[in-house]
Design a protein around this ligand. Structure first.
Ligand code: NAD
Length: 457
């Protein structure tokens, strides 16, 4: 039997070895889900809401255990694991409260001769292929609304968050989701690819742009709903009228939280030349105050990288930037100890010839570039293949609206960053992906409209 080894990124130790799926088991699971979905869809919505409410209660009751597992397998500092779980409860609450309205039949026209109505039918069986960096958030953005709207879900957690995936599986089934309506597939990308070969009605993927492009190519000949939530190179501009100290503290957190491994981590900072130096001074001081170390110890803010190969990406970005004239203000190298450790790193004097300002870093590293004004900042912010989030710090709302209204990104931040709300749609432009999760749009994404033309005989 195939197995998957789960390694602790904080020290390289083996946490577990779990049975993994193969092509035959993936096909069998897909067939079971297909058979089970109609009965789940026939279950009244109120009952599905009751089941997912029990799941929410199960998550709430288990936060300490779930947070510990998450920290052990992805290296997320414990307080941040707890934050993710508490945020996940808020997201479930939103879906539970909104699903009835978001999927209610809508009569859009009626006169003496004809009535026109829209129903929201489930897609059927959906594939939920997930990333490891926020497994509760990015997985739950899919399986919670998908289940509420009457779909069966084939869930492939990241191979780096498998134990968390198994907790989710256990809690959903304990809450009353039938065994064949939510099925977990264990394994690497090969198992994900085998899942895509099955008859599915929707593919909901969160991960890198490179994998997203492969999945889009694999799915291209088939007429299947496809959503891809991919990476980013999210910019923020600090204008000359902003408070440089407050902006520096906020952005240091936005760049380094979750050890820089958030899809909406701040990845590029542009600072007006008038306040650049004082901003940098406070930014570096703030980063120096972040406590790195054992992610299970309370008070730790920076943990290890989850994936070892990312260390080489960060090495390369630092070397490339320094070779092209950037100045290393702090950090810049691996920490030589077992596990995947990299120092929190700040580079200034950067420009767009450097990989650190073009390619997703996905680690505790940031480039800060000096700009002469709003026009230059806007041009640089839009000089990217991505478009997930973008922000600006200034007390002047009209100035922010003028610039941010022209930024190419799905989410816009004024005087804030690295923020996701269940009430707002989450979507990317360009290579940050296609489709929407969260908000009412992110519930309807798991349905297709049935258009009724109704004439009395
Ligand atoms: P990844 O692309 O390496 O893997 C994502 C998932 O895809 C995993 O479950 C993996 O096993 C699976 N997979 C790999 N190859 C596959 C294939 N050929 N067919 C089917 N499945 C396959 O990404 P990752 O390292 O897990 O996640 C990090 C990336 O995710 C970053 O780029 C980050 O920006 C992005 N992300 C985006 C969002 C968003 O909302 N836009 C949220 C979180 C993470």
């Amino acid at each position: 039997m195939k197995t998957l080894k789960i390694v602790n990124p904080a020290d390289g130790s083996l946490l577990a070895e779990v049975p993994a799926d193969d092509v035959a088991s993936v096909a069998a699971k897909a067939a079971r889900a297909r058979k089970a979905q109609p009965a789940w869809n026939a279950t009244p919505l109120a009952e599905r809401i009751a089941v997912l409410t029990r799941f929410r209660d199960g998550v709430a009751a288990g936060i300490e255990t779930l947070a510990k597992t998450l920290t052990q397998e992805v290296g997320k500092p414990l307080a941040q694991s707890r934050n993710e779980l508490n945020g996940f409860l808020g997201r479930i609450d939103f879906f539970l409260a909104d699903v009835t309205n978001a999927t209610a039949p809508e009569t859009v026209f009626g006169d003496a001769s004809i009535t026109e109505r829209i129903d929201h039918d489930p897609l059927g069986v959906v594939a939920n292929i997930s990333a490891w960096n926020y497994p509760y958030f990015v997985g739950g953005n899919v399986f919670v609304p998908a289940l509420l709207t009457g779909n069966a879900v084939l869930y492939k957690p990241s191979e780096f968050a498998t134990l968390t995936g198994q907790h989710i599986d256990r809690l959903l089934h304990a809450a009353g989701v039938p065994a064949d309506v939510f099925i977990t597939l264990v394994g690497t990308g090969e198992v994900g690819a085998a899942l895509l070969d099955q008859k599915v009605d929707g593919v909901f993927f969160t991960g890198s742009a490179a994998t997203g492009a492969k999945i889009a190519a694999q799915m291209a000949p088939r007429m299947v709903r496809l959503q891809l939530e991919l990476g980013g190179k999210d910019p923020t501009y600090v204008a000359d009228d902003a408070d440089p100290r407050a902006a520096a503290e906020s952005l240091a957190d936005g760049a380094m939280y979750n050890t820089g491994q958030s899809c909406c981590s701040v990845e590029r900072i542009y600072v007006h030349e008038k306040i650049h130096d004082v901003f940098v001074e406070h930014f570096v001081a703030t980063v120096a105050g972040f406590k790195s170390g054992d992610p299970l110890v309370d008070g730790t803010y920076i943990g290890p990288l989850t994936r070892a190969p990312q260390l080489a990406v960060l090495d390369q970005q630092v070397a490339d930037a320094v070779a092209k004239g950037a100045k290393l203000r702090t950090g810049g190298k691996r920490v030589e100890q077992p596990g995947n450790w990299f120092e929190p790193t700040v580079l200034t004097g950067v420009d767009h010839t450097m990989a650190v300002m073009r390619d997703e870093s996905f680690g505790p590293i940031i480039g800060i570039q000096k700009v002469a004004g709003d026009d230059e900042a806007l041009a640089l912010m839009n000089d990217t293949r991505y478009g997930l989030t973008a922000g600006m710090y200034t007390p002047d709302q009209a100035r922010a609206a003028k610039l941010l209204g022209r930024v190419n990104a799905g989410s816009i931040y004024w005087n804030c960053c690295d923020r996701v709300s269940p009430r707002l749609p989450w979507s990317g432009h360009g290579d940050s992906g296609v489709g929407v999760t969260l908000s009412s749009y992110g519930i309807q994404a798991f349905t297709r409209p049935r258009a009724w033309h109704l004439r009395q005989a």
